[in-house]
Design a protein around this ligand. Sequence first.
Ligand code: PMV
Length: 335
Amino acid sequence: MKKSDIVKLILKDRLSFSPKNSSASAFAPTNIALCKYWGKRNSELNLPVTSSLSISLGDRGATVNFELAEQDSITLNNQPVELSSKFGKRLIDFLNLFRSASGPYFKITIQSNIPIAAGMASSACGFASTVLALDKLFDWKLSPSELSILARLGSGSASRSIWQGFVEWHAGNRDDGMDSHGESLSSAWSNLCVGLLIISSKDKGLSSREAMQRTVLTSPLYAAWPDKVKQDLTLLKKAISTQDFELLGQTSESNAMNMHATMLSAWPPVTYFLPETVIAMQKIWQLRQEGLPIYFTQDAGPNLKLLVLKKDVETLKEHFPQIEVLQFTRVESNE
Ligand code: PMV
């Protein structure tokens, strides 16, 4: 099955190429996986081997604006993007799923307030906001699950960026992936904060797609990954429902370390650790030993995302002055 088959399956008679509005814009938050998506069972449709669970980062994400135009153009944070660049091609290929060769064409403006391509899930909020904006432009009125499936076709983790708060992406088991979408786990946890420790904003080099594929194909440790995810999902859901911060932190950090271990054992080995990443990890472990309850997670990039409770934010900042801490006033479903 191709991506275009899934688009037809979802949009059915709504798939027309004439937009109902001349412009539309939408915001989607970026999300950080506490239990990672690592490995695809179908790489065309971005169907995962396992389910995963994330937290969305409030007002941190991307806003995409579409305006009907004579030809396509893209600007990202006020800079023009070449349509032939990797980024440009990926976005245009995605848009082509929803239009014919004769258009419509768009002036696309993207504003992102997170570092692009540094393992900060920029593709997640990028594709989710694109799908949300297209839904408005064409007036599809799709359900959140359908929007999540379409966003997944752009990037797996985008399936979770349709919602705020905690989101579980169910792996599903259908070949067409119609059961592989996010679900909002509505729960408020107002004193939970996420710290962004930016170690490098440079392009990460190896994409998560390539790293994932190499890991699945060559890592002897990958066989243990689905069981690890199963256990961690149960623990995380328990931690969220009982607001058990230690359980949330321990499970998230352990899950991330296990994912990176599968990469280290791939061949050729893959690592997103920079020396400064490891130094920061060791500092976190040391601080924790000294009684400061902080935990980290890491994605396909060198940066760390820290989990911390509001009461410990000031102490954390003393140790990591460059950290940016996001305090959510509301961590709950937006449905
Ligand atoms: O959605 P992708 O293809 O960028 O993959 C994301 C992979 C991780 O960020 C490492 C894990 C996750 O679940 O977000």
